[in-house]
Design a protein around this ligand. Structure first.
Ligand SMILES: *Cc1c(COP(=O)(O)O)cnc(C)c1O
Length: 395
């Protein structure tokens, strides 16, 4: 059995030792219901509030603007549906982009069925929206703009500050899916004019099953789940105390180490890309060469199928992704790669490598060697590739 080498940090990350350590008591001895009046309940309540404070501090929000949820997807649903339902009298138009995560895109589809109108903005070949087009699409009916902070497949970071300014100027609310950005980009919701922001702990070395939503205080939003009065009546359900504690700790660590972390990931990414460029012909980097999240690489290997490549790499103990994690079950090409104009075939030949904290230069060397071997093997099975090689020999 090969040692596992993990290059899929955009899909999820391992819980850090220090994070797990803080969580464990809340899974065992500190089991009291945070809504209860006895002392072990109160202790849980206190732990939740401390975590809320850590999250608020990390993004420069007020403590009472943070709501805990079960994941990034739930935060996106709560933000979009919550704001749309509560502001329906004001208007029914929402603006988003074509490269959002499905948590946003499918929520928009549901809202369309309920009578909302949604505009899906195009992006350029790097995956960036056009600010002029955004402003042009705003009408008297527009209530909400939802544009992701950073993309999970190609790592593109949007001009968030400019989008925030446009939203503010037109009196429209601005939600951003910050799930992929947090931990790589310093997010200051006040400076960036962000009204609503989704986070998910398992993307920055916290546990799965816990997310947070920041919503600015004066913004009306409805709950979307009925039940008890937890989270100021906005999100019913007994709190995932251990998860919330873990999320707070993970945020604290991540925010304190962001520069060091990014520097390391950029160095590894540049090393990886330069190795691939030197050693493997017929490749294309999807998205901008450098303007992307530090750990994100997305590369098309011409003449081969991305899924076949993944399986070959898996046999070497390598975990990577062919696109977004949620797409690994379907063979449709990624909607993000299609939106940035990558041809169908190349989109299907693409591999996403997302680097993280535990990766080393030695891991990259191993990855590059396995890529060379797997790509050669698969290309030798490709008729199209063979034809190309034969033509070259004839010439
Ligand atoms: C992972 C991800 C989500 C979904 O988060 P979950 O916690 O897995 O539900 C949403 N948006 C983006 C950009 C993501 O990368």
């Amino acid at each position: 059995m090969n040692k596992i080498r993990y290059f899929d940090h955009a899909a999820t990350t391992a819980v850090k030792e220090e994070v797990l350590k803080e969580m464990i008591p809340y899974l065992s001895i500190e089991y009291g219901n945070p809504s209860a009046l006895y002392s072990i309940g109160r202790k849980n309540k206190k732990a939740i509030e401390e975590s809320r404070e850590k999250i608020a501090n990390a993004i420069n929000a007020n403590v009472n603007e943070i709501y805990f949820t079960s994941c990034g997807s739930e935060s996106d649903n709560l933000a979009l549906k919550g704001i749309a339902y509560a502001n329906r009298k004001k208007g029914n138009h929402i603006i988003t982009s074509k490269i959002e995560h499905h948590a946003i895109l499918n929520t928009c589809k549901t809202l369309e069925k309920e009578g909302f109108k949604v505009t899906y903005l195009n992006v350029d070949s790097d995956g960036i929206i056009n600010l002029g087009e955004l402003e042009n699409e705003i009408t008297d009916n527009t209530i909400l703009i939802s544009i992701m902070f950073a993309n999970n497949e190609i790592g593109t970071i949007q001009p968030i500050k400019e989008i925030g300014n446009i939203a503010k100027k037109h009196n429209v609310y601005f939600h951003t899916d910050g799930v992929q950005a947090f931990g790589n980009v310093k997010i200051d919701v006040k400076k960036l004019n962000i009204d609503s922001l989704s986070l998910s702990a398992h993307k920055f070395y916290g546990p799965k099953g816990v997310g947070a939503l920041y919503i600015k205080n004066d913004i009306p939003f409805n709950k979307i789940q009925d039940g008890g009065h937890q989270e100021k009546d906005k999100r019913a359900g007994t709190e995932n105390v251990a998860g919330i504690v873990g999320m707070g700790k993970a945020i604290e660590i991540s925010n304190a180490n962001i520069e060091k972390y990014n520097k390391k990931l950029i160095e590894l990414r540049e090393y990886f890309i330069s190795c691939v460029e030197q050693k493997i012909p017929y490749i294309k980097i999807n998205g901008h060469r450098t303007k992307r999240l530090p750990g994100n690489c997305n590369i098309a290997f011409k003449f081969i199928d991305g899924e076949d490549l993944l399986l070959n790499l898996d046999a070497h103990g390598i975990c990577a992704s062919s696109g977004s994690a949620c797409n690994s079950q379907s063979s449709e090409p990624s909607h993000v790669l299609m939106a940035i104009g990558v041809p169908y075939e190349l989109a299907n030949s693409s591999l996403r490598i997302s680097l993280g904290e535990e990766n080393t230069k030695e891991d990259i060397d191993y990855l590059v060697n396995c890529l060379i071997e797997s790509v050669n093997k698969l290309r030798n099975l490709s008729i199209e590739y063979q034809e190309l090689v034969n033509k070259k020999i004839e010439n």
